[in-house]
Ligand binder design. Structure first.
Ligand code: HEM
Length: 125
């Protein structure tokens, strides 16, 4: 009985060691296929697509050839909403550069704007 136990234990551990050693000779797992990640900033939109986001609760703008989704910023914008809302869904570069009254936005506003960039304008389509 004791012999049987010892040989069964030995066989078990030999099998474990065998599997473990075999694993070194198996071909390495192929790396997972990496799907090309399209950064939001690489996306491009047509003016027609931007025009589909011309509402207060879904507001995109084109400024200097870049597309921004500023929906979440709108409630924080310091001006009277009537000044900014008409530019939702539109090419708003001039409005951005003049704030509608001839004065440019500050560099702080420039930095803020970057956070809302979702892509660029596709002028070809
Ligand atoms: C394109 C349409 C826009 C118009 C017509 C517009 C207009 C204005 C006006 C009238 C003011 C307030 C009063 C003033 O400073 O003279 C203002 C201030 C400001 N706006 Fe806009 N704005 C626009 C878009 C934006 C966007 C997209 C952002 C940022 C995501 C932004 C950020 C700011 C900030 C931070 C201020 C405070 C003053 C400054 O830093 O220049 N605005 N804007």
């Amino acid at each position: 009985m004791r012999k049987l136990f010892i040989s069964a234990t030995a066989i078990f551990w030999l099998a474990v060691a065998g599997f473990w050693l075999t694993s070194f000779f198996l071909p390495a797992e192929p790396p997972p296929a990496i799907s090309p990640v399209v950064e939001p900033a690489d996306k491009s939109y047509t003016l027609a697509e931007v025009a589909g986001h011309g509402r207060e609760d879904d507001c995109w703008m084109v400024i200097n050839g870049q597309v921004y989704d500023i929906t979440s910023y709108l409630p924080d914008h310091p001006s009277n909403p009537e000044l900014i809302l008409p530019w939702c869904g539109k090419e708003a570069t001039q409005a951005w550069q003049t704030k509608g009254k001839g004065r440019p936005h500050s560099s702080r506003a420039d930095q803020l704007l970057v956070e809302y960039r979702i892509g660029k304008l596709n002028e070809a389509r």
